[in-house]
Design a protein. Structure first.
Length: 183
């Protein structure tokens, strides 16, 4: 058994750090969400920020768009050219993707400063791309409503997770302690 732990120590350390970071961040996020009353249709602050920033981005591109609170659930309605297209719920705010990203960065340890900066800037990039994702999705749903499943369930998740994957590759190869040092 000791030989097993010695042989697989790097993997087990990675797995332990990943699970610990993921569970800790998820617990903190769930605690944050518990402060909002979804039964009273109260939307959390991060989802509100994403919703209104999406509206502002659409306005920047001269779109006739508005974000209004949903009267029957904890979400915001996206109104584009007078048409109700979609809703922004808590799951649309990218926090779960950011938690996954940060847990991976923490698991593949790097220098503390690099880890904090990469996790911070990577999280901001994911957040900003998510706002762009929702705005572009709104535009595309208006003009191509029949493609909703493809756009929402396939194309845009592929884009956001693709960016996360690229960030992970950069982290592992350039900044983590496992990165090869070429001389």
């Amino acid at each position: 058994m000791k030989n097993y732990f010695t042989k697989y120590k790097p993997f087990l350390l990675f797995l332990g750090k990943f699970l610990l970071a993921y569970l800790l961040l998820t617990f903190v996020y769930q605690f944050y969400l518990s402060r909002f009353d979804s039964a009273a249709y109260e939307v959390d602050t991060i989802t509100k920020m994403v919703s209104y920033q999406t509206q502002e981005l659409l306005h920047f591109f001269n779109a006739n768009a508005s974000i209004i609170p949903h009267p029957e659930e904890a979400s915001f309605k996206i109104i584009y050219n007078g048409k109700y297209l979609a809703r922004i719920i808590e799951g649309c705010n990218a926090v779960s993707v950011i938690i996954l990203f940060v847990a991976f960065v923490v698991a593949f340890t790097g220098k503390l400063r690099h880890t904090i900066l990469f996790a911070l800037f990577g999280s901001m990039l994911i957040y900003m791309l998510n706002v762009w994702r929702i705005a572009l999705l709104s535009y595309l749903l208006y003009y191509y409503p029949a493609q909703q499943r493809l756009l929402h369930d396939v194309f845009f998740p592929l884009c956001i997770y693709g960016v996360v994957f690229i960030l992970w590759i950069i982290w592992v190869n350039k900044f983590s302690l496992y990165a090869r040092k070429t001389v």
